[in-house]
Design a protein around this ligand. Structure first.
Ligand code: ARG
Length: 408
């Protein structure tokens, strides 16, 4: 049997569990060198105090990696191009962050000559699956340590364990639910949310206003795409992070992008999850609309199941796997055509498409109009239907769908 891992990079958030992981890795799991890695995915916390906390908890090295730009460009925008939504509702805001965190863990493991990576995920969630699978796909030689899957501590026991090391967290005003936040969205689960009949009160939400509290005056935004990538707002070029931040703000103000759903977790559980992802919601809506304008119907029909498979791959933690990458090839080959502008109207929790334009739009006014200038030859419709309807007539003859005497 291989010797147990000695040098480890831990994904460190600064929360109760990952903090307790540091002494646990050292004292119960025999790690002699611990690198704490905190990825800045736009969770909005001050990360220097988090870094210091890791050192105080006993990490040998603590690093903060600003990964916001990569997150949006390499994970968020490709998912938008794929119109990736899980279970019809979840825009994958949390799920998309995990392969990136895994990638950063693996990079640091190589840099610090580590033989393992670690995380603070429990055994019930999807994030453990995503991190474990992404690490396996990137470097299967690395061991994966997940103390919180092993220790069997209750919340109080985790805190008591931390107290032994003088790193007890301040939990006086702990929220009765769990939060995961990044620049692409916010997730709330557990605690009060587990009661399926409980309607979330307003303090659950942080990025969005309720529709009731949203302004009584609508606001408009035009999202411009070039080759499937959002590049401008209201005609002004806009860098990825700024674009996402502005759409979060705008959508949030108008109560757009809230989800309250029962989700099918990878580990077989159904769980209730709340999401707010205003920017992603608007981007997905606009991108889908633009594709509908520029791509032929048969391509759209074939893209739909690809999108679902793509979303499931992301959800299941298989970002770096061959299927997600192959699906990305299909999606990517079509994005060169997805250039244009979509105008949205935001009002009281709803975003509506109110304008569309694309230099290579397949919508042709001159063909579709009922006006006198129509270039569509209606006479040809008869011949088309004659041929298109041939199997229908044969079928009707064979299966008696018209009364017998008329068949002759
Ligand atoms: N259930 C969601 C998902 O699987 C959210 C996970 C949030 N993660 C967390 N550690 N709270 O994507």
């Amino acid at each position: 049997m291989a010797a147990s891992p000695r040098r480890v990079v831990l994904a460190y958030s600064g929360g109760v569990d990952t903090t307790a992981c540091i002494p646990y890795l050292r004292h119960e799991m025999g790690c002699e060198y611990i690198v704490a890695m905190t990825a800045d995915l736009g969770q909005g916390d001050e990360l220097e105090p988090v870094r210091e906390k890791a050192l105080k908890a006993g990490a040998d090295v603590a690093v903060v990696v600003d990964a916001k730009e990569r997150f949006v460009r390499e994970f968020g925008f490709p998912a938008v191009a794929a119109n990736a939504v899980y279970d019809g509702q979840y825009p994958l805001s949390s799920a998309l962050g995990r392969p990136l965190i895994a990638d950063l863990l693996v990079g640091l493991a190589h840099e610090y000559d580590c033989d393992a990576v670690a995380h603070g995920c429990t055994g019930k969630g999807n994030d453990q699956v995503r991190l474990d699978l992404a690490v396996a796909l990137l470097d299967p030689r690395l061991a994966i340590l997940a103390p919180a899957r092993r220790w069997g501590f209750s919340r109080a026991e985790t805190i008591a364990y931390s107290e032994n090391f003088g790193i007890a967290p301040h939990v006086s005003k702990e929220k009765p639910w769990a939060i995961d936040l990044n620049i692409l969205g916010r997730n709330v689960e557990a605690g009060l949310i587990e009661d399926l009949s409980w309607e979330p009160t307003e303090e659950v939400w942080a990025l969005t206003q309720s529709a009731e509290a949203a302004p009584a005056v609508p606001e408009y935004v035009t999202i411009g795409f070039v080759a499937g990538v959002p590049v401008s707002l209201d005609g002004e070029p806009c860098a990825p992070l700024d674009l996402v931040a502005r759409l979060n703000e705008l959508g949030g103000r108008h109560g757009v992008g809230r989800v309250d759903m029962i989700e099918n977790r990878v580990v077989g559980l159904k769980s209730r999850e709340l999401y707010e992802a205003p920017a992603l919601t608007l981007l997905l809506q606009a991108h889908r609309e633009l594709e509908n304008l520029v791509l032929p119907a048969d391509v759209l029909t074939h893209k739909a199941p690809i999108e679902q498979a793509y979303a499931k791959q992301v959800y299941d933690g298989l970002w770096f796997g061959p299927l997600r990458q192959a699906l990305d090839g299909f999606v990517g080959s079509l994005q060169q055509y997805v250039t244009g502008d979509i105008r949205l109207k935001l009002y009281k929790g709803v975003s509506t498409v109110v304008g569309r334009s694309a230099p290579k739009s397949m919508y042709r006014y001159d063909l579709v109009t009922y006006g006198p200038e129509s270039a569509f030859n209606q006479d040809s419709a008869e011949g088309f239907i004659d041929i298109f309807g041939l199997p229908s007539r044969v079928w009707a003859r064979n299966h008696g769908m018209v009364p017998e005497p008329e068949l002759a």
